[in-house]
Ligand binder design. Structure first.
Ligand SMILES: N[C@@H](CCC(=O)N[C@@H](CS)C(=O)NCC(=O)O)C(=O)O
Length: 422
């Protein structure tokens, strides 16, 4: 797994905590959509980058779906296999190419927001097409701003967490966050027996308690579905097929908890929720991406084959990004062919930097830099070979990077020439 350090992608091994406990880093983008701005509620202005595999990103997909925000917020789904390059875009089933920045990797979206960023590159990301900034990469806060600001302005009607229940919901989700949602990761990524035992005990204490508290009730707080149910659901869903084995959470299955299993089934019975579930992405992501836990990337078979679970086959899983993607703020017509040629002529040569051919261009504003990137991405599409593109506020860095261990190939030079001839 890698991260960005001062704008550069690095995959060196990170030091472990002295106790062997898994420590999750805090999300760095923490702004919000609010009626008085600067991120105002507007249809088509915001875009979610998610993985179907990720329980945190899944929260935002469910909120978007339940609140009726699909026509207003576009979605791009990354490939479930997170490699050493981090999350990437692909055309595999259920995945999307990046429609806005033409990025190859999710890290390029982060770098477009801040070229000198130091951060992990996580999903979900709420991207603002208007300013080219990341509003937030913190799932709980994205769900809350959808519920409090975006849906009331654009849809009306449904509320996930009514104000009267907010305090209770927040206290409960805070209580089970570290013990359950993050608790499964604390079990899975512990690097000492003691840290694992502590995480394991807290996880099952909390699951026992939640199961008791759900006795005779449909929902965790009040008599309606709230954020609390969504936040618990995305962990429950992954528990038996993945966490039980892969993260060593083998105290009990969720199917052994009558009330937790009831909540899981109640949520899956809602078409708005079932349509956000891709068990194949979940299964693949965890078992293939965590090399330290499963070095040979073997996908475990059963006995619980959740890929054909009856609850899910009853609800086919359409791609929630089916809604027409919102138009980007920058329009390619902002730069015509002459302008593109003039721009390339400003820095006429590619410079060679190890295994890269590099070209850095500056622009008066983000919109023009963005339009240029779209143009180049369209050229690259024709060649089915993509340059690395770093998009900054008024800056674009193109790098043609070889994927051949023998160094730059004819294909790389052809791509550079094709961009020149754009
Ligand atoms: N605090 C974040 C956590 C998001 C998160 O950790 N996402 C994981 C996927 S499940 C990720 O993208 N990990 C990549 C990494 O840490 O490098 C949130 O709740 O939104």
């Amino acid at each position: 797994m890698g991260k960005l350090v001062d704008g550069r992608w690095t995959t060196r091994l990170w030091s472990r905590s002295a106790s062997g406990a898994f420590e999750r880093s805090a999300s760095v983008f923490r702004e919000a959509i609010t009626a008085d701005g600067p991120f105002r509620p507007e249809s088509g202005r915001y875009h979610l980058y998610v993985s179907y595999a990720c329980p945190w990103a899944h929260r935002t997909l469910i909120a978007r779906s339940l609140l009726g925000l699909e026509p207003h917020v576009g979605v791009t789904v990354v490939d479930p296999f997170m490699t050493d390059e981090g999350w990437h875009f692909s055309t595999r089933d259920g995945c999307d190419l990046d429609p806005h920045l033409g990025a190859r990797f999710l890290r390029d979206v982060y770098l477009a927001a801040d070229p000198r960023l130091t951060s992990r590159v996580t999903v979900p990301v709420l991207w603002d097409l208007k300013t080219g900034r990341i509003v937030s990469n913190e799932s709980a806060e994205i769900v809350r701003m959808f519920d409090r600001a975006l849906a009331p302005a654009l849809v009306g009607g449904t509320t996930l967490t009514p104000l009267a229940l907010q305090e209770e919901v927040d206290a409960l989700t805070r209580r089970f966050y570290n013990r359950v949602n993050n608790g499964v990761y604390r079990c899975g990524f512990a690097t000492s027996q003691g840290a694992y035992e502590r995480a394991f005990a807290e996880l099952f204490d909390e699951l026992d308690r939640l199961d008791r508290e759900l006795e005779g009730k449909h929902w965790l707080v009040g008599d309606q579905l709230t954020d609390a149910d969504i936040f618990l659901f995305t962990t429950l869903l992954r528990f038996d097929p993945v966490y039980y084995l892969h993260f060593k959470c083998n105290g009990r299955h969720i199917t052994e908890y009558a009330n937790l299993q009831g909540l899981l089934e109640r949520m899956l019975a809602m078409p708005e929720v079932a349509s956000t579930v891709r068990m194949d992405h979940i299964h693949e992501h965890y078992h293939r991406s965590h090399e330290s836990l499963n070095p040979h990337r073997i996908l475990p078979r059963g006995p619980l084959d959740h890929l054909s679970h009856p609850m899910l086959t009853a609800h086919p899983t359409p791609v929630p990004g089916d809604a027409e993607p919102p138009r980007a703020v920058a329009d390619t017509t902002l730069l015509d062919d002459d302008a593109i040629r003039a721009k390339l002529a400003e820095v006429p040569e590619w410079s060679r930097d190890g295994d890269h051919l590099v070209r850095e261009l500056s622009f008066p504003d983000f919109a023009q830099a963005y339009a240029f990137v779209q143009h180049v991405a369209a050229r690259a599409e024709v060649l089915n070979h993509h340059p690395d593109i770093e998009l900054g506020w008024g800056r674009v860095k193109l790098a043609v990077t070889t994927h051949d261990s023998g160094g730059l190939t004819d294909l790389d030079f052809a791509l550079a020439r094709a961009i020149d001839a754009a």
